[in-house]
Ligand binder design. Structure first.
Ligand SMILES: Cc1ncc(COP(=O)(O)O)c(C=O)c1O
Length: 401
């Protein structure tokens, strides 16, 4: 606490942390690779234990590199508006989703959601939340009468959880209308915005209470760091419920992953522009291809929720999926034939990624359940990268021969 005298012993010099006397105005964000922080005085320590948001005590509670990334995400999710939001980073997208859900619903409550969700979100609800007596109710959230009826009838629904566009079918939910209905009944709305990224869609501006990302995907953009984030304008909720989950459950991010995220986000706009442009070219190519039965893409003129997309998305993201006429066999063959597209199950990286749910991610899901979720034998999901579009098309062409 008090200013230290320089140690003289060799071993003490080895051990003691060093400080610089010169003021640092680092151009790039530094990685604060420290577990804990010192105090100027006992009064300072008392003040920080009383209100940790005023400084730094311990990196599970907060860290400057993590905070810089949080600040940037909150600004990106609210840009173009005067909304003042705050973000909380987590170790992964799933940690952020679990924290958001358990901050809005406790034992005996119900989460109202859509039929088709990212598989692990589905599993979280079925396996973990159910064990904690948090129930799930599913419906087509674009059936507004049904949503209103459910909220009116069931006072235990505390959260409406939306994933839009959904993984992997690109189905879209009307955030603004669902939020208006939910707010009429005093319920909260959370949106997983992973597939769109704040470049294509800003749910807080459409009335959502919470925005969630797997920051592992487009926000990081380089496939080199895991992360998740919850964003909200309600500072009290963020502090009392969301940050408390980080502090008590230890689902915090870390300085290095947050630094990678900060570096990745510097190119978010130009990456997304290219992802979106390339996906439009790939979607048009696939739509005309004789081996393809159907393309699921938010920019498609025949997308079933075309009107909603026009209202709430400013571009269509780099994600799409398509159904091969040849079913399971054709899907497997394509995975074995592609040379430029990488057969990998994450998304939102610079390179084009492709995967075949029926033989990969959903191989253990009973066929009837998989088909009921719209994931047919021949469905292929693509995260279109930022390569030269012609190379992606050539690879698909040779792969589908
Ligand atoms: C839409 C969506 N939400 C959440 C997640 C989970 O993110 P993470 O893998 O960072 O936990 C994923 C992962 O693929 C996803 O696709």
């Amino acid at each position: 606490m008090a200013k230290k005298k320089q140690a003289k012993g060799f071993g003490s010099i080895c051990v003691q942390p060093m400080a610089t006397e010169r003021k640092i105005l680092s151009h790039n964000e530094p990685i604060f690779a420290t577990t804990a922080y010192g105090f100027e005085s006992l009064d300072h320590a008392n003040m920080l234990f009383d209100d940790p948001s005023k400084g730094y005590v311990y990196s599970r509670w907060g860290n400057p590199t993590i905070e810089m990334a949080e600040k940037k995400i909150a600004l990106l999710e609210t840009s173009g508006s005067d909304i003042d939001a705050t973000a909380q980073l987590f170790s992964s997208g799933m940690a952020a989703i679990a924290a958001a859900m358990t901050s809005c619903a406790t034992s005996g409550d119900t989460i109202l959601t859509q039929h088709q969700l990212y598989g692990t979100t589905d599993e979280l609800m079925q396996k973990q939340l159910a064990a904690w007596n948090i129930n799930t109710m599913r419906m087509d959230l674009n059936d507004f009468d049904a949503v209103e009826k459910a909220l009116k009838k069931n006072k235990k629904i505390t959260l409406v959880y939306i994933e839009t566009p959904s993984n992997p079918m690109m189905s879209v939910t009307d955030i603004q209308t669902v939020a208006e209905i939910a707010h009429r009944y005093g319920r909260m709305v959370a949106v997983d915005n992973t597939f769109a990224s704040p470049y294509c869609q800003k749910p807080l501006l459409l009335g959502a209470d919470l925005v969630i990302h797997s920051a592992t995907k487009y926000l990081n953009g380089h496939g080199n760091g895991l992360g998740g984030v919850v964003v909200s304008r309600d500072r009290n909720f963020m502090r009392e419920r969301i940050w408390m989950k980080v502090k008590l459950l230890g689902a915090n991010s870390n300085a290095f992953d947050s630094w990678l995220l900060l570096q990745g986000m510097k190119t978010l706009e130009i990456r997304m522009q290219r992802h979106c442009d390339n996906a439009a070219v790939v979607a048009a190519f696939l739509s005309d291809h004789h081996a393809v039965k159907k393309v699921h893409y938010c920019g498609h003129k025949d997308h079933p929720q075309r009107n909603i997309i026009n209202r709430q998305m400013s571009d269509y993201s780099g994600m799409l999926s398509f159904e091969l006429k040849g079913g399971l066999k054709a899907g497997k063959k394509l995975m074995q034939s592609v040379k430029l597209c990488n057969v990998i199950t994450t998304l939102g990286t610079l390179d084009t990624l492709i995967q075949h749910p029926a033989s990969m991610t959903h191989v253990n899901v009973p066929k009837e359940r998989r088909l009921a979720a719209g994931i047919s034998d021949g469905l292929v999901r693509m995260s279109v990268g930022i390569e030269n579009a012609a190379d992606i098309l050539n690879d698909l062409e040779q792969g589908m021969k």
